[in-house]
Design a protein around this ligand. Structure first.
Ligand code: ATP
Ligand code: MG
Length: 347
């Protein structure tokens, strides 16, 4: 794959999470696994904790956002994101992102923002209607600033973020045609499972919907959640033929069972009849425990060392602050507001 050239030094990878809750299997399979693969292929990798974006729909709950900054950092560290290869940083500590957002706000219409399918779906899910916080409506614009302030162009994301990246690329075009060639186009990188469904069969496992298996869940919690999963409502007795399509247990097995031939054999038996729901659920519990067990163990160890996590965040943030200053110098020059940068420009 061309994107995965070894230690590419001009491309810049950026990924991030909103600190709105602990991370789950959807994040792991949709984005974190790619982040971990990319950090070995690219020299410049950044991981952002999007606390300002989390506040757009949690303005009155700053404690929740603050607490989850630590939680999502733990999740990523435990899953294998390596601070020696990926700089961890906190969005709010880079004021240049806010400055760049203000510049970009002029390049996008309200009508275009309202047409963004992701924003539309999330507004509906959160029941905002006309009372949508302005910050929430414009989050795709601040996301363009998140990506472009550090010149990143490779973005591992889940499928739900594609319309946001599309809008961000429109901002790149508009900026470059208005103020001169400054930013690169952005490439989203999807995983093989760009959208994991919820344990309730909902189209997306989401921290806001609470329908997910978390990377910190205990074995008992995994068991409880798998036992609650929908299968085929028509599959009453083990001997009945069952449906695999739309069956949450098989969707999770397809995604997480590394024994692909074994999973296909289970599907064949289930379709034919003779395989009970409890048997496939027990198998899924083992498969998921194999994924989550080692992450949970590392997470528990890291959680006992908050000073280490704090140092990772603070070191990464310092590194990124320097890059932000360079970009803003370029941007201010492009839009001719660099009044005191040199004598020729004196007002
Ligand atoms: P919130 O509900 O607060 O928006 P979220 O669960 O959508 O939380 P984010 O922090 O917004 O999580 O997303 C982090 C990354 O994980 C994004 O790249 C997103 O596309 C990806 N992601 C989130 N949920 C899933 C999922 N169910 N399947 C695959 N990828 C996902
Ligand atoms: Mg989200």
């Amino acid at each position: 794959m061309a994107l995965f050239s070894k230690k590419n030094s001009t491309d810049v990878v950026l990924t991030g999470d909103r600190p709105t809750g602990q991370l789950h299997l959807g994040h792991y399979i949709g984005s974190i696994k790619n982040r971990i693969a990319l950090q070995d292929k690219y020299e410049h990798c950044f991981y952002m904790i999007a606390d300002v974006q989390a506040l757009t729909d949690n303005a009155s709950n700053p404690d929740k956002v603050r607490k989850n900054v630590f939680e999502v950092a733990l999740d990523n560290l435990a899953a294998g994101l390596d601070p020696k290869k990926t700089a961890f940083f906190i969005q709010s500590q880079i004021p240049e992102i806010a400055e760049l957002t203000v510049v970009f706000l002029n390049l996008v219409t309200l009508a275009r923002l309202r047409r963004n399918p992701t924003v539309k779906a999330e507004m509906k899910q959160k029941g905002f209607g006309e009372n949508v916080p302005a910050g929430f409506l414009v989050y795709p614009i601040s996301q363009a600033a998140d990506i472009l302030f550090c010149d990143s162009n490779i973005i591992p994301v889940g499928e739900d973020q594609l319309p946001v990246i599309e809008q961000d690329n429109e901002i790149v075009d508009k900026f470059n045609t208005t103020y001169g060639e400054t930013f690169r186009k952005i490439k989203p990188v999807l995983s093989d499972t760009p959208r994991l469904i919820g344990i309730d069969g909902n189209a997306k496992a989401s921290k806001s919907l609470g329908n997910a298996i978390y990377l910190a869940d205990s074995k008992e919690e995994i068991e409880r959640k798998v036992m609650m999963m929908y299968t085929d409502p028509g599959h009453i007795h083990a001997s009945d033929p069952g449906k695999v399509e739309g069956n949450v247990v098989f969707t999770y097995l397809d995604t997480f069972d590394t024994d692909k031939a074994g999973a296909e054999e289970l599907k064949r038996q289930y379709r034919k009849g003779g395989l009970g729901d409890t048997a496939i659920k027990k198998h899924l519990i083992d498969v998921l425990e194999n994924v989550i067990g080692p992450i949970r163990e590392r997470r528990e160890k890291l959680a006992k060392d908050p000073e280490y996590v704090r140092a990772v965040l603070s070191d990464g943030t310092k590194k990124v602050q320097a890059i932000a200053k360079e970009t803003m110098t370029k941007v201010r020059k492009a839009i001719k507001i660099d009044y005191f940068a040199n004598k020729d420009y004196a007002v």
